[in-house]
Design a protein around this ligand. Structure first.
Ligand SMILES: [Cu+2]
Length: 172
């Protein structure tokens, strides 16, 4: 399963990333019944609109956030790929010695019948070595690779520089 997966990923790189496929042939599933407006579903997983913050043209790194809903068994987000960056990593934010710092993680659990939120201050997809500026209102492709569900290609929406900092994300 894993090796097919990597072969497929490699193929996608060789053929060239097709940003507008939106996992068209993936089965539209019961996942649609739960809350959220999915831009894609794959197996029992429904994915909301991924987004990034706009960045100054000089920025070398960016982050992508997305809500992932799972109506099936436990899965894992294993990797991500975007042609806008030289390298794409899965990151978490941790508190260490009173500081917030980012660490790379091997995978991120997608709980069975649960939700995984990639959001500011928490898990995110890190884009390292940006090849193009992230401009508000624009889109760029990303691929998310799940251990069980497989890969899905999505379009990331670039929001304003302060997106995600508003009161709607305060949980205190
Ligand atoms: Cu990061």
């Amino acid at each position: 399963m894993r090796s097919t997966f990597f072969k497929n990923s490699l193929l996608a790189v060789i053929i060239g990333f097709s940003p507008f496929t939106y996992a068209a042939e993936s089965t539209v599933h019961a996942a649609e019944a739960i809350k959220g407006q999915y831009v894609a579903t794959v197996a029992s997983i429904g994915i909301e609109q991924p987004w990034s913050r706009a960045l100054p043209p000089t920025a070398h790194t960016g982050a992508t956030f997305v809500n992932i809903y799972n109506q099936g068994r436990a899965d894992r987000l294993m990797s991500a790929y975007s042609p806008v960056a030289e390298k794409t990593e899965l990151h978490n934010h941790i508190h260490q010695d009173g500081l917030m710092k980012m660490v790379e993680v091997e995978f991120i659990d997608v709980p069975a019948n649960g939700t995984l939120e990639l959001k500011p201050g928490s898990y995110h997809v890190m884009l390292i070595g940006l090849k193009q500026p992230l401009k508000e209102g624009e889109h760029f492709p990303i691929r998310l690779d799940f251990e069980q569900a497989g890969s899905v290609e999505l379009e990331v929406q670039v929001k304003g520089m302060n997106a995600g900092t508003g009161a709607e994300h305060l949980h205190h």
